[in-house]
Design a protein around this ligand. Structure first.
Ligand SMILES: [Ca+2]
Ligand SMILES: [Ca+2]
Ligand SMILES: [Ca+2]
Ligand SMILES: [Ca+2]
Length: 163
């Protein structure tokens, strides 16, 4: 169950980068530098949560701090990757009422930060992110194991958690 949470949040970030296909190294470092806002080579909890918040605000079309299923599925990302959007929505909607409130999103993000911070020092290094995000999910998606994810592999990837 915990693994599911991590993988799903990985998928969200990965979606930003795989649209055009990229190498394994690229994937890790681009994601990391995107999250490391102040460039100190650590991603702290604030930075981590900021990324989730920005994503949330982007999807929350009418700015009421709630993401309805309509908002969640009628955007470019969801149309391109409906399976991922579905898993994400289910993951964030912790009370299963069909709406993701900002407080739910923050809770889930905080949990996944704690899980990724394997030495519990409150900061994520590139390596910690690598272990948790890059490998787990990259290997799942890299169907032919050539260490690169093609656009096709990305598009064919079906979340094992979607019904
Ligand atoms: Ca930082
Ligand atoms: Ca809304
Ligand atoms: Ca909810
Ligand atoms: Ca750490």
């Amino acid at each position: 169950m915990k693994k599911t949470t991590i993988l799903v949040s990985v998928l969200a970030v990965a979606g930003l980068f795989f649209a055009t296909g990229c190498s394994k190294e690229d994937f890790g470092s681009r994601m990391f530098s995107k999250m490391d806002n102040n460039g100190d080579s650590f991603v702290d909890k604030k930075e981590y949560i900021e990324v989730s918040t920005k994503r949330f605000e982007k999807v929350d079309d009418n700015d009421d701090n709630k993401v309805t299923s309509k908002e969640a599925f009628e955007n470019r990302f969801a149309k391109k990757m409906p399976e991922i959007a579905k898993s994400l929505f289910a993951k964030y909607d912790t009370n299963k009422d069909g709406v993701v409130e900002k407080s739910e999103m923050l809770q889930v993000s905080e949990k996944s930060f704690i899980k990724t911070d394997s030495n519990s020092d409150g900061k994520l290094t590139k390596d910690e992110m690598k272990v948790y995000r890059q490998n787990e999910m990259f290997d799942k998606m890299d169907v032919n194991s050539d260490n690169a994810i093609s656009r096709e592999e990305f598009q064919n990837f079906k979340s094992p958690f979607a019904k």
